[in-house]
Design a protein around this ligand. Structure first.
Ligand SMILES: C[S@@+](CC[C@H](N)C(=O)[O-])C[C@H]1O[C@@H](n2cnc3c(N)ncnc32)[C@H](O)[C@@H]1O
Ligand code: SF4
Length: 388
């Protein structure tokens, strides 16, 4: 069971790096194309101050996982990654088998830097391949070729004990036949973990604008459903079954860091726009950093408070968040961990209807989505949580 990694004094650490070489047309993450020369010394100082501020209010925890996410954190020099990992350990201990992940974009993957990451302590990487077709990469506006992604993957598989790949399907012009071929080429590389995301069209992105103007031809609903089915069956056949709605792993290679999000465990988040969920004196808090990188950096360098908000979460809010993330996992959610009885945090008649119609199941203390339910997870969640 996935819940077995849960330990009371563990926490996780997320560090957000907000810059990329260019901005992809589909991406709504808090990321920006680099517009000026980056002063890494200033960023080091700012991250160090953010870590210190956090440590003042949140001590006696053991770090179960660290995640360098972005943006494109593979733009960071390996010496800075090493310094940050040392600084975190100045305040909190790492557990023996700590998982330390860094996201790598193939266009930034010089061999000496990737080797430096390993020496700095990174033991897991997530490579943003996105497509195994150059045409697919061009549609997604990516700045790397398939050849470059494969070379990066091979290097990473040589160096790290766990390697994940990010891919996007249901792209404009995508078909089941092309996706099957892409997946088979991926399996031939033997990654340990796959994050396979269905393209979502986000407001405030180039794709969002094109979609509104009718300029983006996306696969229809039937094709999207077939793409999902093929994803589930091929990954299962190749020993990488889904353990979450978009995530697949060989046994033992599930991402500890992300599982802790889905199990609604504590995590610290620092960097522009980073969020935290931490339990302090028995209360769960939601913290969020300023999103604008320039403002964030200035505030930190001037040793100001950088939190945009600090909210004490009510039991209802915690229940809602725990259900939203928990139902993403194939194994479902142990509802004893929700701070309220189930009848008080979901629409019970809606749940009974969804069980009868085969979208969710309740077994012992576990509430989970069925295969059919996972295909329309957002609608299931809407129905369950409508009254909260
Ligand atoms: C925060 S991004 C960072 C990863 C890294 N910068 C990269 O682009 O390879 C994490 C992943 O989210 C996925 N993603 C981002 N926007 C998406 C969208 N609109 N629809 C589906 N997947 C998306 C991509 O697969 C991406 O690799
Ligand atoms: S998908 Fe990755 S590389 Fe592209 S803009 Fe978003 S964070 Fe940057």
């Amino acid at each position: 069971m996935l819940t077995s990694i849960d330990e009371k004094d563990y926490t996780s650490f997320y560090l957000h790096w907000p810059f990329c070489l260019s901005k992809c047309p589909y991406c709504s993450f808090n990321s920006y194309a680099i517009a000026e020369i980056i002063n890494f010394n200033e960023w080091r100082e700012a991250y160090f101050w953010a870590i210190k501020l956090f440590a003042k209010q949140y001590q006696n925890k053991i770090i179960r996982s660290v995640y360098f996410g972005g943006g494109t954190p593979s733009l960071l020099p390996s010496s800075l990654v090493k310094d940050i990992l040392n600084e975190i350990q100045h305040y909190w201990d790492f557990c023996e088998d700590v998982e330390i992940t860094l996201e790598i974009n193939p266009e930034t993957a010089e061999e000496s830097k990737i080797r430096g990451y390993r020496e700095a302590g990174i033991n897991r990487v997530s490579v943003g391949m996105q497509s195994m077709y150059d045409e697919g990469l061009a549609i997604l506006g990516r700045g790397h070729s398939v050849e470059a992604s494969i070379a990066t993957m091979k290097l990473c598989l040589d160096l790290f004990k766990s390697v994940s790949v990010d891919m996007i399907y249901a792209r404009p012009g995508h078909s089941v036949k092309i996706w099957e071929q892409e997946l088979k080429q991926l399996f031939a590389l033997s990654p340990h973990h796959l994050s396979l995301y269905q393209l979502t069209i986000e407001n405030e992105t180039v794709f969002g604008n094109m979609f509104r103007k009718g300029e983006l031809l996306l696969p229809d609903d039937n094709t999207c459903s077939d793409l999902f089915e093929v994803t589930q069956s091929l990954t299962r056949e190749h020993g990488l079954p889904a353990y979450e709605i978009s995530n697949h792993a060989k046994a033992g290679h599930e991402c500890v860091h992300n599982m802790r999000y889905w199990l609604y465990e504590d995590y610290i988040g620092i960097g522009p726009g980073a969020h935290s969920r931490v339990t302090i004196d028995g209360c769960k808090y939601a913290l969020a950093h300023e999103t604008n990188p320039r403002k964030w950096l200035r505030a930190l360098l001037e040793h100001q408070e950088i939190l945009e908000e600090r909210l004490k979460l009510t039991p209802q809010e915690q229940a809602r968040e725990a259900i939203l993330v928990g139902l993403r996992m194939t194994d479902g959610l142990d509802y004893r961990k929700i701070p309220l009885p189930l009848e008080q945090c979901i629409d019970y008649p809606a749940m009974e209807r969804l069980i009868e119609e085969g979208y969710i199941e309740l077994e012992g203390n576990i509430l989970r989505c069925t295969h059919e339910g996972r295909k329309c997870l957002n609608s299931v969640l809407l129905l369950l949580l409508a009254s909260l």
